[in-house]
Design a protein around this ligand. Structure first.
Ligand code: AGP
Length: 608
């Protein structure tokens, strides 16, 4: 999805903007551009394609101490040089970069054209440049002009604006699309993602929706869109390592992050296992035992893989705490006027903390008086700030579009929440001890699975040639199958469907044949025999089977098998998902896909 970088200070802005844009490449984009405010006016370069192509267009002498940059992911108008941001007004005084969507752009464009404005691009963003310039040329201060222009806009935005006539400032604004300020030594930065800033500063300030900031070399001030009232902001410190933004010798971020999981899981667990009381220590939930006992239901909200990890979480909570729990896509929940119950605990899940649908779902729950906890990876993100409490994953930045380490850490976080809720209900100390020991074993067991990388890579290459694959699992194995199918689709573009194994005979069995392999999740639990019966049904129709489980079955039931170490039955799904990540990765490699930038996908979906 689109990215924004801005700089103002004593240095030339362009190299810093280009470096920042490179850091945002992982989010997915189709074109890029920069504008700097120089003595003679604005200097602009923009182009369709990669940031490297843009960098080649920027001359060595491109002086300007204030500038804005952008990576675009096309929504209005095809990817092209002219549709790339920044967008300027006719007099080339104002430059704007924008993430999000302006819903009434057509109407505003028609009005502006009637007033004589000539548009260069097909984008929604360009209306903002003309609106702001119209006011600025009447002598309105830049921040007032931006505020007034935004009042006419319906939609979502994160924007950064520079004015050739007021080069001592950059104005940024947020409504539904993230903007974070970076505080340097006599220099300031702004971006849509801290990834663009960590090389320069760790001190950041997150804007809230409906907030603007004027950013100058020596500081910033924030104020409301509504009435220009000053707001107080507390800087926070980003603890993510700059090294996390490099592939560190791996071919792709995806495989690097798969391999990081033993340590990212250790970080998620760190300080949270309470062996004295055989429970989890989760201060951030902001709930005492009495409050935790009062909830009658749990509803988990997230999108994509975050939703599937929520399905694992719901099962863990039901099994360990015996509280009815259910996961629902936040993108559906927010549109169906949901009934919000006072005795339901809502939990929002998000790696980025900026997914617009999940944020909107949280806001809907809160507006109706519900309590929402967040299970979030990105510290200080919008969803984290909106929630009443929660847990950070501490998985480190996830750069690959396909989520792996955040998925696993979210499942671990849910195991901790389930343990905590279980121990304030009826989970026995002995069962609590069993789960604590199981959790502590997981990082080592993930290492054992990763040691099978070569075998899994060969299997992925063997199956990658098929046009589609079926993923099946039963109860605990079903969310694993769903996430496995999602990973394969995302990075290899091989069609993959996930079904509960129990549902096969109710329809999808019609698809089974030699041309459609099945990946079957078959742990050694009480449902193993039933799962093996399903494999028999598939084999009877000559469907190839790759089984992922604990014990190899009769070779007649599965021609291939990946075995994972056994943990506690409730925690086994967390481990069963790991080989499927490697399987998807190596299938994509075999098919020569652009693994870290899968087609049509962005890392963080900050639009509706
Ligand atoms: C995961 O591989 C996907 N890229 C996607 O489904 C993702 O999990 C989803 O968009 C939610 O993102 P979030 O966790 O940042 O909210």
């Amino acid at each position: 999805m689109c990215g924004i970088v801005a700089y103002i200070g004593p240095r030339d802005a362009a190299p810093i903007l280009l470096e920042g844009l490179q850091r945002l490449e992982y989010r997915g984009y189709d074109s890029a551009g920069v504008a700097v405010a120089a003595k003679g006016g604005l200097k602009v370069r923009k182009s369709k394609g990669r940031v490297a192509e843009l960098a080649a267009l920027v001359p060595a002498r491109f002086a300007g101490k204030a500038g804005i940059g952008h990576t675009r992911w096309a929504t209005h108008g095809v990817p092209s040089d002219v549709n790339s941001h920044p967008h300027l007004d006719g007099a080339e005084r104002i430059a704007v970069v924008h993430n999000g969507i302006i819903e009434n752009a057509d109407e505003l464009r028609a009005k502006l054209q009637a007033e004589g404005c000539v548009f260069q691009s097909e984008t929604d963003t360009e209306v903002l440049s003309h609106l702001i310039a119209g006011l600025a040329t009447e002598g309105v201060e830049l921040e007032d002009a931006v505020r007034a222009a935004l009042k006419r806009v319906v939609g979502t935005y994160g924007i950064a604006v520079i004015d050739a006539d007021q080069p001592d400032r950059i104005v940024v604004a947020r409504n539904g699309s993230p903007i974070v300020l970076g505080i340097g030594e006599k220099e300031m930065f702004a971006a849509s993602d801290v990834a663009a800033l960590v090389r320069y500063t760790r001190q950041v300030v997150h804007l809230d929706d409906g907030e603007l900031a004027t950013v100058r070399a020596d500081g910033f001030n924030t104020f409301t869109q509504e009435d220009a009232r000053a707001t107080a902001k507390q800087p926070s410190i980003v603890d993510w390592e700059e090294a996390s933004y490099d592939t560190a010798g791996h071919a792709h971020f995806l495989v690097k992050e798969i391999h990081e999981q033993p340590t990212s899981v250790e970080r998620t667990l760190s300080g949270r296992i309470d062996e004295r009381f055989n429970t989890a220590h989760l201060g951030g939930l902001n709930m005492d035992a009495r409050e935790a006992r009062a909830f009658r239901r749990v509803k988990i909200l997230g999108c994509g893989s975050a939703y599937y990890s929520g399905e694992l979480g719901a099962q863990l909570i039901e099994e360990l705490a015996r509280i009815p729990a259910h996961a629902e896509p936040a993108s559906e929940f927010r549109y169906r006027n949901p009934v919000i119950e006072a005795d339901t605990l809502y939990i929002a899940v998000s790696q980025s903390g900026e997914t617009y649908d999940t944020l909107a779902a949280v806001q809907e729950v809160k507006r109706k008086g519900g309590k929402v906890l967040g299970v979030v990876n990105t510290v200080g993100s919008a969803i984290a700030r909106e929630c009443d409490g929660g847990m950070y994953l501490h998985a480190g930045p996830e750069i690959s579009v396909a989520s792996t380490k955040a998925f696993t850490s979210t499942a671990i976080a849910f195991a901790l929440i389930a343990l905590h809720l279980g121990r304030v209900h009826d989970l026995s100390p002995a069962d609590g001890r069993r789960i604590c020991a199981g959790l502590k074993a997981i990082p080592g067991q993930i290492r054992e699975i990763l040691d099978q990388e070569k075998v899994i890579a060969d299997l992925a290459a063997k199956y990658a040639g098929h046009e589609g694959m079926m993923f099946i699992g039963r109860v605990r194995g079903y969310p694993v199958a769903r996430e496995g199918a999602q990973k394969l689709k995302e990075v290899s573009y091989v069609h993959a469907e996930a079904y509960p194994a129990s549902e096969l005979k109710h329809g999808p069995l019609a698809l089974i044949g030699p041309e459609l392999p099945t990946v079957a999740i078959v742990p050694d639990d009480e449902l193993r025999d039933k799962n093996l019966t399903a494999l028999g049904e598939i084999r009877a129709r000559s469907g190839p089977v790759l089984m992922v489980g604990h014990t190899a079955p009769d070779p007649k039931l599965a021609e291939d098998c990946i075995l994972v170490p056994r943990n506690e039955p409730e925690l086994d799904p967390i481990l069963l998902g790991i080989p499927l990540q490697l399987f998807a990765y190596y299938a994509a490699v075999a098919l020569e896909r652009d693994v870290d930038k899968p087609r049509n996908l962005a890392k963080s979906v900050t639009v509706e």
